[in-house]
Design a protein around this ligand. Structure first.
Ligand SMILES: Cc1cc2nc3c(=O)[nH]c(=O)nc-3n(C[C@H](O)[C@H](O)[C@H](O)COP(=O)(O)O)c2cc1C
Length: 419
């Protein structure tokens, strides 16, 4: 029995039941999402820092223009005036999504990972613009993540694609699901799929920093399936977090899930956006290198490698240029932590801000090495090269291994020839 014995049915269309999770900022690239789409599965792009991503990909200057506009505020701890231009935000989002959607060539789909915790100092308006621009540009689906704003569906309810675009949510408890569904029922617009993310995932976790060990993905998936059955709701459930082999995935499909969402195994793929030297850090990681910490200014715990450069940051907050984590009113835990630290130090000396990290800069520079708990097993998935480095596999190799693997076997890619 392998994963290829199953299909995910979404709105009458069948997909290979493998979803590559969204990984911001531009770790789950256009190319990675398209690789899944070509093979009949579902790939995500992420709209985290989309204006910065456009600048990198298309040579636009959204970030430097915004920084210039607010240059006088750079040394001010009060960031309340720093706003995104909503027209530019829409333009960037459309450009990035169309660029990706325009290259689709398979039978799968490309979804957008939309983290609602990116409050951008104007949470409702920016979220509405991001979602509507993505729909205008033809996105197949939107996965609402990190923050789960109960008003999100209402924000886009007037859009002509509200009922045709696939809408999914990421939850880590039945309680969160029940609350969201109540609101959705009122709008007569239920989610099309539910990603259940457990405590072993990468990125932010939907658990407390000290209690995530008390939960298991298996238990939450079982409770979710049970809850939906009781409510007479037929919504596909997609477990995520720690699913490392195709056989792990099959076990979830046998218990009633409809697909799996995976990410860590793809972080080291050729198509993923991390620089090659960072991919080698992921390969070389051992369990002792992994921690769940509270460095993220969002207040959610995050799993990352202890060697992440972002954990050594003492940099000035860069909200005038990036600023996607600014809460309404211009607050961010890193700004407070930075200025507290600065007060007690020589202004010109180097220091590390321990209480929080600047995730906007950390993610933009690929300095935040977030990973799932299985990162130490990536070595099992590829070949060691004569120079001691690890061969970087194509996303297709990893996808096909998930799809065809049996008995927890992992098929390594064909050995790269070296001259
Ligand atoms: C490097 C990395 C970045 C991630 N970034 C995001 C993100 O931006 N938004 C999000 O909702 N989930 C994010 N995640 C979570 C994944 O989308 C996915 O649900 C989860 O990691 C699956 O578990 P696995 O990594 O054990 O396969 C990230 C995961 C990784 C490994």
């Amino acid at each position: 029995m392998n994963l290829n014995n199953f299909r995910l049915n979404l709105g009458g269309k069948e997909y290979v039941p493998i979803v590559i999770g969204g990984m911001g900022v531009n770790i789950s690239t256009t190319e990675l999402a398209l690789a899944a789409e070509r093979l009949g599965g579902i790939g995500h792009i992420s709209d985290a820092e989309v204006m910065f991503v456009c600048d990198q990909l298309f040579g636009t200057s959204y970030t430097s223009d915004k920084r210039r506009k607010y240059a006088d505020n750079i040394n001010n701890a009060d960031k309340s005036i720093v706003q995104f231009d909503l027209e530019q935000l829409a333009e960037a989002q459309k450009r990035y999504v169309s660029h990706t959607i325009g290259q689709k060539s398979g039978n799968g789909a490309v979804f957008l990972n939309c983290m609602e915790k990116l409050t951008m100092n104007n949470s409702a308006a920016t979220l509405k613009v991001r979602m509507e621009a993505a729909m205008d540009a033809g996105i197949d689906g939107i996965t609402l993540a990190a923050g789960l704003n109960l008003r999100s569906l209402e924000l886009i309810s007037e859009h002509e694609r509200f009922r045709d675009v696939k809408l999914g949510i990421i939850i880590s408890s039945v309680r969160a699901l029940a609350i969201f569904l109540k609101r959705a029922v009122r709008l007569n617009r239920l989610p099309d799929y539910i990603v259940v993310e457990g405590p072993l995932a990468g990125g932010h976790l939907g658990f407390g920093p000290d209690d995530w060990q008390n939960y298991t993905l298996e238990a939450i998936v079982a409770e979710t399936i049970e809850f939906l059955k009781k409510e007479n709701l037929d919504i596909p459930v997609i477990p995520a977090g720690g699913i490392f082999t195709g056989t792990d995935a099959v076990e979830y499909l046998q218990m009633g899930a409809s697909a799996v969402q995976v990410a860590t195994r793809f972080t080291i793929s050729r198509e993923a956006g991390l620089p090659d030297e960072v991919k080698q850090h992921y390969f070389n990681a051992v369990d002792e290198d992994v921690e769940v910490n509270s460095a993220s200014p969002t207040g959610y715990p995050m799993r990352m490698l202890k060697q992440s450069p972002t954990l050594q940051y003492g940099i000035k907050p860069n909200c005038e240029a990036l600023g996607v984590l600014l809460e309404n009113g211009g607050k961010c835990a890193y700004i407070d932590a930075y200025y507290d630290e600065l007060k007690s130090r020589e202004a010109d000396g180097r220091f590390v801000v321990k209480a929080a990290t600047c995730l906007c800069t950390g993610m933009a520079r690929y300095d935040c090495w977030t990973c799932g708990s299985t990162v130490s097993r990536l070595k099992e998935t590829t070949n060691r090269l004569p120079d001691g480095s690890w061969q970087i596999p194509a996303a297709e190799d990893i996808f096909m291994d998930y799809l065809l693997s049996e008995d927890h076997a992992i098929r390594r890619p064909a050995l790269e020839k070296h001259p």
